[in-house]
Design a protein around this ligand. Structure first.
Ligand code: ADP
Ligand code: MG
Length: 272
């Protein structure tokens, strides 16, 4: 569902990601752990196609880089739910309106469909009783739960979370991770990045480590290098710790067909 093939991202002189290759399947749960500056936010912004890689290819469902046009990018964004470190709620809108906004913007739903979707999402995070409250009346934990409701209201195929527990004390952080686990159990893929190994472990999915723009556990083999005999492309976790990384993805396997993305006209915006 998400594939990075030798993705490098530079900001001017600064190398933020260095030939990173990895893959996650539809419905999978993956956490990247790494210190501040490791490239975690850059990685998420590449998934959303907010930024383009300097080299390499990012594929999300049937959306395949390196550069997507604006309209295509907007379509992609509708299949993703995003949770940031700071909830990024609109303080002059109620909880209900904050969650409703992306549903309305998606343009997929008639007005009568918006209300049940929003109420369902608020129910999921236990905040239906607070639907009329304003963000400034909420605790940090509640704000993040609204952010989760907003992220899932469109029923995204993937929920992305950028250090979602950073502003939370431990009880709220646990609750938030519990909600992300439930969203995953209900079928969404979850991709979380964090500085905290305990948060990544609590999520219970596959853990990858990012350090100074590189996936820890070795540089990816050169393109076209043979896999060790008998080793499938996406065979699950490696036999031994500590490297929780699977063999880096290589060109070859066809893109995972995705039910969530619209059909792509042949050749349109595929790799240059
Ligand atoms: P993390 O989220 O792991 O803290 P980031 O992806 O934000 O890391 O940043 C990775 C590196 O790229 C850092 O050295 C950061 O300073 C640099 N960087 C990130 N965004 C920009 C930007 N817009 N312009 C210049 N450098 C940036
Ligand atoms: Mg960051």
């Amino acid at each position: 569902m998400i594939t990075f093939e030798h993705v490098t991202k530079r900001y001017g002189e600064r190398l933020a990601l260095d030939a990173v290759s990895w893959h996650m399947d539809e419905g999978e749960c993956v956490a990247f752990v790494g210190p501040s500056g490791a490239g975690k936010t850059t990685l998420l912004r590449l998934v959303t196609h907010e930024i383009a890689p300097t080299s390499g290819t990012v594929t999300v469902g049937t959306f395949r880089g390196p550069r997507l046009r604006r309209a295509k990018r907007a379509l992609l964004r509708r299949t993703l739910g995003i949770i940031y470190e700071d909830s990024r709620l609109l303080n002059d809108r109620s909880v209900f309106e904050n969650v409703a906004l992306p549903v309305r913007i998606s343009g997929h739903f008639a007005d009568v469909e918006v209300v049940p979707r929003v109420l369902y999402a608020l129910e999921e995070v236990g905040l239906r009783p607070k639907q009329s409250a304003y963000p400034l009346e909420l605790s940090a934990g509640e704000k993040q739960r609204v952010a989760i409701a907003r992220a899932i209201a469109n029923r995204p195929a993937v929920v992305l979370a950028d250090e979602p527990t950073k502003a939370l004390e431990s009880a709220s952080a646990r609750e938030l991770i519990g909600l992300l686990k439930r969203i995953h159990d209900e079928g969404a893929a979850v991709l979380l990045v964090t500085t905290r190994p305990d948060v990544a472990e609590a999520l219970g999915g596959r853990i990858l480590r990012l350090e100074e723009g590189r996936l820890a556990g070795g540089a990816p083999p050169p393109a076209g290098a043979a896999r060790p005999p008998g080793q499938a492309a996406y065979a699950g976790p490696p036999p031994q710790p500590p490297a929780a990384t699977r063999a880096p993805d290589q060109p070859g396997p066809p893109p995972v067909p995705s039910p969530f993305a619209p059909p792509q006209p042949p050749g349109a915006e595929s790799e240059a």
